[in-house]
Ligand binder design. Structure first.
Ligand code: BES
Ligand code: ZN
Ligand code: ZN
Length: 512
């Protein structure tokens, strides 16, 4: 996990005592007169804020911003007013979003040392500790950039923000915020770790390199790591996974990460399975070339699982969690599998491969079986699985499927807390028609344009048995074309924070 160079700290400081490059002043929309720290500041600025509000030059709408260059008593040359919108509509996610946007603006203005007001009443109904965590998440997520492969002179190094001070009313408040700032840092750094893996090109991030990175993460956070090679997978009967891998010169890897929080010996309470296709050319059912470069991100599910495992370990979540990552490259070649081939998954189910581009479900089939074999009591898989989910939900919500009400609700709550939007899609038995094969137990695609995301989910269901399970199709949400809020353009690392929250909530359930 890269923590970047940003230091975040709580400080019991009067607004006037802070010396730095910029101060962010959040303002709630509404008719009431300015209060507390904001009122004092306004007075020191000879009523400048009141004046702006009266003139309606600044309305305090959510995410609206106005930059002032104050002179006199304030210890900063730049004062950034940030609208929070209505108090009744303020959420943790809005806090993350305004923080991310404001900090990116100040970075572009070359600010290095920044403070943000967290004094009483500034953030209205939200508790200051909650706000502190959200600010810390929003800051690290929003300032993320991927410039590893750029020469120094082509990077934007001069504009790195070095410190963010959360100014609050007194020492007690500052102490209370510290813990939550650290939690926010873990969640954001876990997500940024996932983003780094996703943004990395496929010539660098092969299945073997993904295994190296996973091992590095394990060493750093005290997870145990194991990697199974092709021979071991053959012995386990993972014919579906191996079929996908056989067209590539880069050998497949089955990466296992374990966090033994809570109990040392028992079975894992949670198994996280992430699709790790380091490049999806489609295989013999080759994809069109336009936009194919984005297929380096077909391991975003794997990245979310690796990030989540790092976060779960860093937070010392008292829960036994295992991460299972099937890592392969889906390439066309003389050794590649063909449409019409029939493969046998680890649980004995035979699969007719109609389309070699529907490879995600094939590798997940064996990985889910394996996680089940390890005895995982709950299973969650994350995958950039179908174009269908993008048709249904665009790039706003992650589609999810589940065979278990309680787990589905728990996951939804975990997503809500992370600000990662989810939408449940159905798994009715009638959809089974889509994947019935004439020649094998199942086929890997079918139905043409009919409910492809659901067909894929029904397919996966054959490999989880009776274990409570959630399938997350992140194909629409793993990349964003435009920056906004705490999301820079590119990889989102979506579901990393949701999975960490889920582990936390399962742990609380066991040790209330
Ligand atoms: N990795 C892709 C998902 C995908 C699809 C990404 C479209 C970007 C755009 C997945 O492996 C895939 O190719 N899915 C196909 C399956 C189809 C061939 C049945 C899809 O959903 O189009
Ligand atoms: Zn594919
Ligand atoms: Zn794919």
């Amino acid at each position: 996990m890269r923590s970047g160079s940003l230091r975040i700290a709580a400080a019991a400081h009067d607004i006037f005592a802070y010396q730095g490059d910029a101060l962010i002043l959040p303002l709630l929309e509404g008719g009431e007169p300015l209060r507390g720290a904001v009122k004092t500041l306004d007075a020191a600025l000879k009523g400048a804020i009141t004046h702006l509000l009266q003139q309606k030059s600044f309305r305090r709408k959510f995410s609206e911003r106005f930059l002032l260059h104050p002179t006199g008593r304030l210890g900063v040359p730049q004062l950034l007013l940030v609208g929070l919108g209505k108090a009744s509509e303020l959420t943790q996610d809005r806090v993350r979003q305004v923080t991310g946007t404001a900090l990116r603006q100040l970075r572009a203005l070359r600010a290095r040392t920044v403070a943000i007001a967290v004094h009483d009443a500034v953030w209205g109904p939200l508790e200051s500790e909650t706000v502190a965590q959200s600010i810390s998440e929003g800051a690290l997520l929003g300032l993320y950039r991927f410039d590893l492969h750029k020469a120094k002179q082509n990077r934007d190094r001069s504009a790195e923000i070095e410190s963010l001070a959360l100014l609050c009313t007194d020492r007690r408040a500052a102490r209370a915020m510290r813990n939550r700032i650290a939690v926010g840092e873990v969640l954001a750094n876990a997500t940024n770790l996932a983003r780094d893996l996703i943004n990395e090109p496929a010539n660098v991030l092969t299945p073997a390199e993904l295994a190296v990175r996973a091992r590095r993460v394990a060493r750093r956070y005290g997870l145990s790591a194991r990697v199974l090679d092709r021979r071991a997978m053959r012995r386990l009967g993972m014919g579906a996974l191996l079929g996908v891998a056989q067209g590539s010169a880069n050998p497949p890897q089955l990466i296992l990460l374990t966090h033994r929080g809570g109990d040392r010996r028992g079975k894992p309470a949670l198994g996280l399975v992430g699709k790790g296709v380091t490049f999806d050319a489609g295989g013999i059912s080759i994809k069109a070339s336009e936009g194919m470069e984005t297929m380096k991100g077909d391991m975003a599910g794997a990245a979310a699982v690796i990030g989540a495992m790092a976060g779960i370990a860093a937070l010392r979540v008292p829960l036994h969690v295992v991460g299972v990552i099937p890592a392969v490259e889906n390439m066309p070649s003389g050794t590649a599998q063909r449409p019409g081939d029939i493969v046998r998954a680890m649980n004995g189910t035979t699969i007719e491969v109609i389309n070699t581009d529907a490879e995600g479900r094939l590798i997940l089939a064996d990985a889910l079986c394996y996680a089940g074999r390890l005895g995982a009591k709950h299973l969650v898989d994350v995958a950039t699985l179908t174009g269908g989910v993008v048709v249904a939900l665009g790039s706003v919500r992650t589609g999810f499927f589940s065979n278990d009400r309680a787990l589905a609700e728990q996951l939804q709550a975990a997503g809500e807390a992370a600000g990662e939007k989810l939408w449940e899609l159905p798994l009715d038995d009638e959809y089974e028609e889509l994947i019935k094969s004439d020649h094998a137990d199942l086929k890997n695609t079918g139905g043409g344009k009919k409910a492809p995301a659901i067909g894929a989910a029904r397919f996966l269901k054959h490999f989880v048995g009776d274990t409570p399970w959630v399938h997350l199709d992140i194909n629409g949400t793993s990349l964003q074309e435009k920056e906004g809020g705490y999301q820079p353009k590119g990889a989102t690392g979506v579901m990393t924070r949701t999975l960490i929250n889920l582990a936390l909530s399962l742990a609380i359930e066991r040790h209330p």
